[in-house]
Design a protein around this ligand. Sequence first.
Ligand code: PLP
Length: 394
Amino acid sequence: MTTWQDEASRDLLNLGGRLALLVRGEGSHVWDADGVRYLDFLGGIAVNALGHAHPVFVDAAAKQAATLAHVSNYFATPQQLELAARLKRLAGAGQSGHVFFANSGSEANETAIKLARLHAHKTGKKTILSLAGAFHGRTMGSLSLTPKPAYQDPFRPLLPDVAHIEVTVEALERALADDTVAALFVEPIQGEAGVVPLPDGFLRRARELTTEHGALLIVDEVQTGVGRTGEWFAFQREGIIPDAMSLAKGIAAGFPLGALVTFGENDLFYPGTHNSTFGGNPLATAVGNAVLAEIENTDLLANVTTRGTQLRNAVRGVPLVTGTRGAGLLIGITLSAPVAADVRDAAQRRGLIVNAPTADVIRIAPAYTIGDAEVDEFTTLFTAALAEVAASHP
Ligand code: PLP
């Protein structure tokens, strides 16, 4: 029997007109079942922070699997406590901050939505706000905050009391003015919308206004967090402290792990209201600790910044490219025509993996560990892919 998923998978696998069934990875490269090598500049969409098969990742997973892979969440483990403390320290969450572990970004955001509901019940303010262009996930709650008709419409009804606003300070001021907002969700850079950073000053103003009107500011750092932008967390560029932050993707660099970090005092869950069987299990959190320690100990954040600048310079002035945006190694390359899917496919036929979040944007999110060789290889392959597409779109 052919299932919907088989059909969808076949379409996805046919990217670039050839079957890309990936079987192995090492560093910034992956190989398909036919032995074809690709430069992986998508990194599982901003997940593989240390690239593929990094010894730190492999050792941490193997050691923990051989020691204690899973226990029920009636118990704590040293790995879980260590990762919670590490995240709080890196995020500046303070003594009263908390960390809840989940398995994905969507689940971290579901947790944040429940936190917002607790706050709504306490304050009588009901509305949860998110921004035009936002992507917070595909579970029913996180989908409700993701105002894209193609994603939402087949699954209505969604959560009540959710509203979306344009990404302007004026819209923000209007939305908060009547004191009905319980929480505002924002991504510092909207990855799925085409790597679109918030306008200058927006996050700072959002912090001021949410504080003034008693609403929670919840920052979705699923795509931007744990070093991707060259800071540990993108909100830190703005000098603000949110009430909560959701994480996933790069946090364990390939192991499924999500987290919600809360800052300071807030409406905590109490026993029985929220939990997850796998969330925070020793295997995932051991890998998370090892990955974050490696990033910290080898100063990979500096490499993220340097390589990001190098890559942005490398595509400047190349045919079809109108500019770049983003931060660190989360880069959107904007094109002069809606040909991003063609560029992605041409790149893949040449052995380069990137993606096309919108019709005129190519996104790259390579490993933090890339060096000159990877930058050069990317530049050669990407420039050739652009030239091919430019030639067929005069
Ligand atoms: N939030 C943001 C900003 C994301 O980019 C994503 C995934 O792309 C999610 C949430 C959902 O995360 P997950 O796919 O792990 O559920």
